[in-house]
Design a protein around this ligand. Structure first.
Ligand SMILES: NC(=O)c1ccc[n+]([C@@H]2O[C@H](COP(=O)([O-])OP(=O)(O)OC[C@H]3O[C@@H](n4cnc5c(N)ncnc54)[C@H](O)[C@@H]3O)[C@@H](O)[C@H]2O)c1
Length: 307
């Protein structure tokens, strides 16, 4: 094809995407149905995973939950079935590739083909780089990054065969912007951002556009995972309410949104990062309170709240 024509067509696609993004800012696009879908959520035993599981079950999906927390897992399944929904809870340590392999075969046999995978489980050590042990770092990557890879590898072939599927990776704004005191977590989340972007491109160029991907990058949420963390300007960068975050993620999933950052200012901060010279970055971080963000972190060890 003539290169000029190709350029014009590309520009047309870019501008029409911008046009529709502006329209959808005011009028959300239609939502898809998840009735009858089999949706697997890792880390569904608490926090965001549980809230998504309850919401998706209410819409008629069959929910499969994987978690290492037996009590939390059973509680999520109970909350769903008590409300007339369908849930299957499995103990699965997703930091272990062979356990993912065994659990995925069990799910295929006992429940059926998973049509939506929500990679949600995550952990944080909350330690400074100098204090992180090899075990901390490896575990963080196993849960926050490698599990996304192995779970996608386990379920993607069926999605391709059935020409239908959706992979949702719950990552973090810390997958775009480095945070003082979160080196292992940020590195694992940056990797997952890259994985999701590449996977989406590969699916597109292989002609598998019927499989959607959604990359979710929230700021801190009040689930307890980051208990103790403080934000300097709560009116600008609030600690998100977990129900609000779950509602926004649901909307992104149901409208096949490719990427969601919450709150919206994260989009601007990511752009700012690419414009401001790297030498000035620590001053912007300090002003935004990024130097002390993790100062009072206690995490799940100090806060047993579960949603
Ligand atoms: N809470 C926040 O501030 C925040 C902000 C941005 C992104 N996120 C991300 O959102 C996701 C959900 O976070 P949350 O706040 O609901 O956390 P959470 O601690 O409430 O839930 C995480 C769940 O993952 C499970 N899990 C941990 N290790 C596991 C393993 N090896 N195998 C199976 N399950 C395992 C835990 O048992 C828990 O039920 C995580 O990926 C997190 O990194 C959270």
């Amino acid at each position: 094809m003539n290169i000029l024509l190709e350029l014009l067509m590309t520009l047309f696609k870019v501008f029409s995407a911008l046009f529709w993004a502006s329209v959808h800012f005011f009028i959300p696009p239609p939502q898809k149905s998840v009735k009858g879908e089999i949706i697997l959520i890792t880390g569904g035993g608490s926090g965001i995973g549980r809230l998504l599981a309850q919401r998706l079950a209410k819409l008629g999906a069959t929910i499969v939950i994987w978690d290492i927390n037996k009590e939390g897992n059973e509680e999520t399944a109970r909350l769903i079935t008590e409300n007339g929904g369908k849930a299957h809870a499995y103990i699965c340590d997703i930091s272990n590739n062979s356990e993912i392999s065994v659990c995925s075969e069990t799910v295929k046999r006992e429940v059926g083909c998973v049509s939506m995978l929500i990679n949600n489980a995550g952990i944080v050590s909350g330690k400074k780089f100098i204090d992180t042990t090899e075990k901390d770092i490896v575990k963080t990557f196993e849960v926050n990054t490698f599990a996304h890879v192995w779970a996608a590898k386990a379920f993607l072939p069926d999605m391709i065969k059935n020409q239908h599927g959706h992979i949702v990776n719950i990552v973090s704004s810390a997958g775009y912007i480095g945070v003082n005191g979160l080196s292992d977590y940020c590195a694992s989340k940056f990797a997952s951002v890259g994985l999701t972007e590449c996977l989406d491109l590969e699916l597109h160029f292989a002609g598998h556009d019927y499989i959607n991907t959604t990359l979710v990058c929230p700021y801190y949420i009040d689930t307890g995972m980051f208990a103790g963390c403080q934000t300097r300007f709560p009116w600008l960068l609030p600690i998100l309410d977990s129900d609000y975050a779950a509602d926004r993620i649901m909307l992104a999933i149901l409208t096949n949104q490719k990427q969601l950052c919450i709150p919206r200012i994260i989009y601007f901060l990511v752009m700012l990062k690419t414009i401001v010279p790297a030498s000035a970055s620590p001053y912007v971080h300090r002003f935004m309170g990024g130097d002390k963000l993790m100062a009072n972190f206690v995490g799940r060890q100090g806060n047993k709240k579960t949603n």
